[in-house]
Write a protein that binds this ligand. Sequence first.
Ligand code: NAP
Length: 248
Amino acid sequence: MTSTPTPDAARPPDGLAVVLGGTGGVGAALVAQLQAQGVEVLALGRRTQPALDYTGEASVAACAQHVADRLAQSGLPLQRLIVATGFLHGHTASGQRAEPERSWQHLNTDALQHSFLINAIGPALVMRHFLPLLPTQGRCVAAFLSARVGSIGDNRLGGWYGYRASKAALNQLVHTAAIELARRNRQALCVALHPGTVDTALSQPFAKTGLEVRPPATAAQELLQVIDTLPEGSNGGFFDHHGTSVPW
Ligand SMILES: NC(=O)c1ccc[n+]([C@@H]2O[C@H](COP(=O)([O-])OP(=O)(O)OC[C@H]3O[C@@H](n4cnc5c(N)ncnc54)[C@H](OP(=O)(O)O)[C@@H]3O)[C@@H](O)[C@H]2O)c1
């Protein structure tokens, strides 16, 4: 006699999962993990069609419309929205190089503007265009990848001004959006997540010995476990990859 597998009680029924920045280090691993679980997943990034690029709001709106069309065609609810975009170092929108600041002497307008654009303003535009696509009933999760270094209470080392400040701004945006989201669906969750230190292009130049650097696949597995088991009352919170609260 064959037995029907018992569904994992903690896991929500699968709808569509959308990973923004699904072509980045952690984002691509999240997409692969969701696909391996048999979840229907849509990955959007700067090189996908349509492209998601925070340097233009129209691209965020076009991606949201693409997702809305997919939801309408498939009849699936948007169960998981994961925002895995972020910027720590590299070229800014104006083509200049930006590195994390070690001192206030390194602060400059261009790098700060770009950090805020990618880490806070872009995700805010995602809130505007994507959160209305979440179902108005039943459990669904919007998870924004933040960083523990965005915690003001946990900042003991200093440095990395732009990244820290823009992630702190993201955390405030997430908490604020969570309050609004709860008014339309009391079971919806909007959270900020710290993925831990993960071996990606973002962290690679700064991976110090002694720091626990994990492969993207491990981080993705842990993050999805957290996303799928966040308890009631988690809305608006900031959690690490073990599901432990991070101080603001
Ligand atoms: N890696 C770590 O150790 C670590 C630690 C703490 C927090 N985090 C956070 O985890 C998240 C994922 O980071 P990661 O390590 O996967 O970094 P990553 O490999 O560098 O990926 C960054 C992502 O951001 C996207 N992005 C960059 N500029 C963009 C723009 N103008 N418009 C839209 N998207 C843009 C990239 O898009 P493309 O794919 O199109 O290039 C990519 O998908 C970030 O929020 C990061 O701050 C990472």
